[in-house]
Design a protein around this ligand. Structure first.
Ligand SMILES: [Zn+2]
Length: 276
C-alpha cells in the first residue's frame, strides 16, 4: 500500500505535468468511490499538494482529493492504457494536452471533489495528525501523544492521529530504528524523541529512493520504487538484523503482519530504556 514516500513520489512526478492545466473532461467508473468527479470539469489545477497519504489537487473553489488505496496508480498518457482496471480519466487542456489516468486493481482507491478543506466525508483526512517532515511535527506534542499506555505503539502510529502518512512498512522500519517493540504500550520520553527522529529519517530516505515497491506500487511514470533493498526489517523474516545480526521475526500487531528484531526491540520498555 502506498504510504507517505510513495504518495509524495507520485505527487512530484505528476505535479509538473498537470499544474496550470484546465480539466476539460472527467469520466469515472460507477460507484461512490469516484462519485463527484464531474465537479472538477472546467476548473484549473493550481497546485498538487499532499497530506499524509492523500493527494490534494487545488482547483480554486474546489479540491480534488485522491487516495491511492492499496494499488492505485496515477499517470499522464496521450491515450487510454490497455488496462481493465482503469477507474477514472481527467482530460487536460493546454500545451501537449493529454490525460491523467487512475488505474486501481484492488479498488480501494478513492477520488472525491470537495469544497477546499471540507473533509467531513473523509474522516481520516479530517482528523489527520501533523505532517512528519514539516515544522508542525513537534517533539513535545509527539512525546505526549505516544506516552499513553492504552494502545500498542504500532496501532497508534497507523491511526494517522499522532503523525500523518505512516503505514505498515514505515511504522516497522521507524520502530526498529528507535529500538521500540511494535506492541509496546506507552513510550517514555527518551524513546519517543528517538522515534520522532527515526520517523523523519526513514521517510526522507524512502522519498530519496522514490518509495518502496513491495508488490503493486508504481510511481507517476509507472516505474517501481528503489527502496525495497534498503528495508531493515519489513518483509525480512529470518534474515539477519542489519544492526545486530539476530534473525528478524514476524508477528501480528494491530491486525497487521509486523516485523521486528527481538534483540534491538525488546518487549519490555524498561529493558529498551536501559539500552538506549
Ligand atoms: Zn537487531
Amino acid at each position: 500500500m502506498p504510504e507517505l514516500p510513495e504518495v509524495e513520489t507520485v505527487r512530484r512526478d505528476i505535479a509538473p505535468q498537470v499544474t496550470g492545466r484546465r480539466i476539460a473532461g472527467a469520466e469515472a467508473g460507477p460507484g461512490p468511490r469516484y462519485g463527484s468527479l464531474s465537479d472538477a470539469i472546467g476548473r484549473t489545477i493550481l497546485r498538487v499538494e499532499r497530506r499524509g497519504k492523500y493527494l490534494l489537487f487545488d482547483l480554486g473553489d474546489r479540491e480534488l482529493v485522491i487516495h491511492l488505496g492499496m494499488s492505485g496508480r496515477l499517470f499522464m498518457a496521450p491515450r487510454p492504457p490497455e488496462d481493465s482496471h482503469l477507474r477514472a480519466v481527467l482530460e487536460l487542456d493546454g500545451a501537449g494536452a493529454g490525460y491523467l489516468f487512475f488505474v486501481d486493481m484492488r479498488k480501494f482507491g478513492t477520488l472525491a471533489v470537495v469544497r477546499p478543506g471540507k473533509y467531513d466525508t473523509i474522516p481520516t483526512l479530517a482528523a489527520m495528525g501533523p505532517e512528519p517532515l514539516s515544522d508542525e511535527f513537534a517533539v513535545e506534542a509527539f512525546c505526549r501523544a505516544v506516552a499513553g499506555g492504552g494502545t500498542p505503539i504500532k496501532a497508534l502510529l497507523l491511526s494517522q492521529k499522532a503523525v500523518a502518512g505512516l503505514g505498515n512498512i514505515y511504522v516497522d522500519e521507524a520502530l526498529h530504528r528507535a529500538g521500540i517493540h511494535p506492541a509496546a504500550r506507552g513510550v517514555d520520553r527518551k524513546l519517543a524523541i528517538k522515534l520522532h527522529q527515526a520517523i523523519r529519517d526513514v521517510l526522507e530516505e524512502a522519498i530519496a529512493n522514490r518509495g518502496t515497491t513491495f508488490s503493486l506500487y508504481r510511481d507517476g511514470y509507472m516505474r517501481e520504487g528503489n527502496h525495497y533493498a534498503e528495508l531493515r526489517v519489513y518483509d525480512r523474516a529470518g534474515k539477519p538484523c542489519p544492526a545486530c545480526r539476530t534473525p528478524i521475526e514476524k508477528t501480528r500487531v494491530a491486525q497487521r503482519g509486523t516485523y521486528f528484531c527481538p534483540r534491538c526491540q525488546p518487549q519490555s520498555l524498561r529493558a529498551a530504556a536501559g539500552r538506549s
